[in-house]
Design a protein around this ligand. Structure first.
Ligand SMILES: Cc1ncc(COP(=O)(O)O)c(C=O)c1O
Length: 429
């Protein structure tokens, strides 16, 4: 083992290979991949078509700077992807991951308003949201624990409420939840506000929270009326995860900008995408931005190959079907456990919120590290899960997140839920 890796964990096993929804370490241990890493490996492991497409492009030409050349790979990818995006006349700016995509979209929003002669610069995010770990993305995020050390660098964004039905911030509001949230957003908007960024279905931070059907239409109407660009963060939800190509589709949402990553290249290449509408694109009077690896031809080839596999294997529909199977399996194996407060999600993005008291929904104390211990126990037993903390109040709150490869079969989904229940019993009795 090298001491020269700045490692992200202690005593980690060494990965050897992956196959479908299963990963093996160098000791020969098998792990069922219940979360696709951080909800990334949507095609599963070892998909040779994607590997071959990457190799072919890297062999032909691995890299050119995007200001010097276009590439056939990227032109083809953009044409294949455009009809699938819920954005009008989309223009695709490929980057290397979700945080870069968010930074790019935020700058696009600012550049759009500047080009229209307006000094709008404030971005509104939501409580409990996660949009990435770079400074701009962290500023629009609402995760207190991640933000805390860097607060002196942050502070230009505003934050509004998030639809989180299990812990609704206004459980007695008189109208539909969605309209109440939209009114909160409306109240925060003034002439400085450039954009509103949110995940159509909350990802890891709030644990696959699905808004009520009134939320997105009401929020989109506020943004449109107040001249605020709507940025849909589909980094976790994009590319089939929720049973639609993009989660925005569930509510006919047409954002001005959209960001994606994770499932875009399914872990085979670090690919992120910032997408803006043709109207936004055509308004920009120049866009001072770029990364060395943006518009990468190998990334585009990987993205194309992933689209092909998703389509040919009908994996978007499978995500919807598998989601129902996973929901049933989780309720069957875990539903009666006194620490299981809520089981929620859409498609193959699901979460279980663990609580100390089911009646009062009181969370466990953070010092108990319940989510971390369950995930560790699951891993010991050959199941990989993803966890998140702080959903209840920024500090307490334990979530287990499920985002398995979309190729996972019904038997494996049942195994996933059963192993998760075993881990929960081992930790909490
Ligand atoms: C919704 C959302 N946005 C943005 C990001 C940041 O993406 P990345 O880690 O690729 O920078 C993530 C990562 O988990 C995410 O879930």
């Amino acid at each position: 083992m090298s001491d020269h890796v700045f490692a992200r964990g202690r005593d980690l096993p060494v990965v050897a290979r992956g196959e479908g929804a299963v990963v093996f370490d160098t000791e020969g241990r098998r792990y069922l991949d219940g979360s696709g890493g951080a909800v990334v490996t949507s095609l599963g492991h070892g998909v040779t078509e994607v590997v071959a497409a990457i190799a072919r492009q890297a062999e032909a030409v691995a890299y050119v700077h995007a200001t010097a050349f276009r590439s056939e790979a990227l032109d083809a990818y953009a044409d294949e992807l455009a009809p699938l995006l819920p954005v009008d006349d989309p223009r695709i700016y490929p980057v290397s991951g979700g945080s870069e995509a968010v930074e790019t979209a935020l700058k696009m929003a600012r550049a759009y308003h500047l080009a229209r002669g307006e000094d709008r610069h404030v971005v509104i995010g939501r409580d409990g949201a996660y949009h990435g770990n770079s400074r701009g993305a962290l500023d629009v995020s609402g995760r207190a624990g991640l933000r805390a050390p860097y607060l002196p660098w942050l502070g230009s964004a505003r934050r509004t409420t998030a639809p989180y039905e299990y812990r609704c911030p206004a459980p007695t509001h008189p109208h539909g939840c969605g309209r109440w949230h939209a009114a909160q957003l409306n109240r925060l908007i003034d002439d400085d506000v450039a954009a509103f960024i949110a995940e159509p279905v909350a990802g890891a931070a709030l644990g696959a929270c699905v808004p009520d059907d009134g939320y997105w239409p009401a929020v989109a109407e506020v943004c449109r009326r107040r001249g605020v660009l709507l940025i849909a963060d589909e980094v976790m939800t994009g590319f089939g995860r929720t049973g639609a190509w993009f989660a925005s589709e569930h509510w006919d949402l047409r954002p001005d900008l959209l960001v994606a990553a994770k499932g875009a290249a399914a872990g085979y290449w670090p690919l992120g995408l910032a997408v803006c509408s043709g109207a936004v694109h055509d308004t920009l009077a120049g866009f001072t931005h770029g990364f060395t690896y943006s518009h990468h031809p190998v990334g585009a080839a990987a993205g194309s190959a992933v689209l092909k596999v998703l389509t040919e294997r009908n994996l978007v529909a499978r995500a919807a079907e598998g989601g129902a199977e996973l929901d049933a399996a989780l309720r069957h194996h875990l539903g009666d456990h006194p620490a299981v407060g809520d089981v929620r999600g859409l498609g193959l993005l699901r979460a279980v919120e663990l609580v100390a008291d089911r009646e009062t929904r009181r969370p466990f104390d953070r010092a108990d590290r319940v989510a971390e211990r369950v995930v560790a126990a699951a891993k010991d037993d050959g199941l990989l899960l993803y966890h998140s903390t702080g959903c209840a109040d920024g500090r307490d709150g334990d979530l287990l997140l499920f985002g398995p490869p979309l190729v996972i079969d019904a038997g494996q989904l049942d195994e996933l839920a059963a192993r998760c229940a075993t881990a929960l019993h081992r930790v909490l009795g």
